[in-house]
Design a protein around this ligand. Structure first.
Ligand code: TPP
Ligand code: MG
Length: 309
């Protein structure tokens, strides 16, 4: 993979959209869609990305694009895959169209909660597509209700931090493990600040036949209440604290792509985000320690899985 070639390709998502300053979504989508030259049809679940890039009568998409509901994103992709296979059998596709790829984008709500059933079905049926979870850790376009990807302790509008509870009381659902358990050819995790990692994983996912999956960490300054300029730094801190390990699972084999020599304490990830402000209060030390414990235990499990080769 050559970064220069990737960067010089015409972008399939152009400016003029309404994403918030510092939002990670634009950078993620451009990096992923620029990772290959082949034609791509995009399936886009409702969510920030869809709303902010497709306000009628305008669009920021320079590639075929279809808006789906939360529940059926992966099912819509399966339908497109079936049509593509039928056209190929009947020799109705020629030239570059024969190389058509299908990429589905959904938020964490559209992946780990509302769209999980259709995703699981498409993975099991062997739909030839790439499903991307854009994980901003909550239902953001409706004002940050908690999702099952919201971290333990996060203050959201449905798990506020106050006198009775200090934010969300349950840990995140581990979507990468859930997806990997389907035995698909390739699943991985990345962030938009780790360009080479994200682009090479996107290329591999899109070019690998069969179902593939990427879980991408996506900064949301508006709801994380973090400075818009620090989005990429927060991505790096997420990796340095092992909150968001850069890992991949290829044909059942787990691999850690890069890990910090010694992980930074979780405080480094929490510090710039006011949604975690209460966790730095000594009163909530126990909850913060539980979050640290969860991060360390999950990483230890990944190390064990990777050691199995
Ligand atoms: C079936 C269904 N359930 C709930 C909603 C309400 N709803 C609209 S946007 C949204 C949040 C989506 O969150 P996510 O998928 O993470 O996308 P984000 O807005 O964070 O990009 C929800 C729950 C809906 N439109 N349809
Ligand atoms: Mg979300």
């Amino acid at each position: 993979m050559n970064l220069k070639t990737t960067a010089s390709r015409e972008s399939r998502l152009v400016g003029g959209h309404r994403l918030c300053p510092g939002c990670g979504l634009g950078a993620i989508v451009r990096q992923i869609l620029n990772s290959v030259d082949d034609p791509i049809v995009v399936v886009n679940a409702t969510g920030c990305l869809e709303i902010c890039t497709s306000a009628f009568p305008q669009t920021s998409w320079k590639t075929p694009w279809i808006h789906s509901l939360f529940e059926n994103t992966a099912a819509v992709a399966s339908g497109i895959d079936a049509a593509r296979k039928s056209f190929l059998r009947k020799k109705k596709l020629s030239g570059r169209a024969k190389k058509l790829k299908i990429v589905a984008f959904a938020g964490d709500g559209g992946t780990v909660d509302i769209g999980l059933q259709a995703l699981s079905g498409a993975l099991e049926r062997g739909t030839d597509f790439t499903f991307i979870c854009l994980d901003n850790e909550g239902y953001m376009n409706t004002g940050y209700q908690r999702s099952s990807a919201s971290p333990l302790g996060a203050a959201t509008s449905t798990s506020p931090a106050g006198k009775i509870l200090a934010g969300k009381q349950t840990p995140r659902k581990d979507i990468l493990k859930i997806v990997a358990a389907h035995g698909i050819p390739f699943a991985a995790q990345s962030t938009p600040a780790h360009h080479l990692d994200l682009i090479s994983k996107a290329k591999k996912a899109i070019e690998t036949p069969g179902p593939t999956f990427l879980n991408v960490f996506s900064p949301c300054p508006t709801n994380w209440k973090s400075p818009p300029a620090l989005g990429m730094e927060i991505c790096r801190n997420a990796v340095e604290t092992n909150f968001w390990p850069l890992v991949e699972v290829e044909n059942g084999k787990w691999k850690i792509n890069s890990a910090p020599k010694s992980r930074a304490p979780i405080d480094k990830f929490l510090a710039e985000q006011k949604r975690f402000r209460h966790l730095l209060d000594p009163e909530n030390a126990k909850l913060k320690n539980n979050l640290q414990k969860e991060v360390d235990e999950k990483f230890a499990t990944i190390c064990k899985l990777a050691a199995l080769g």
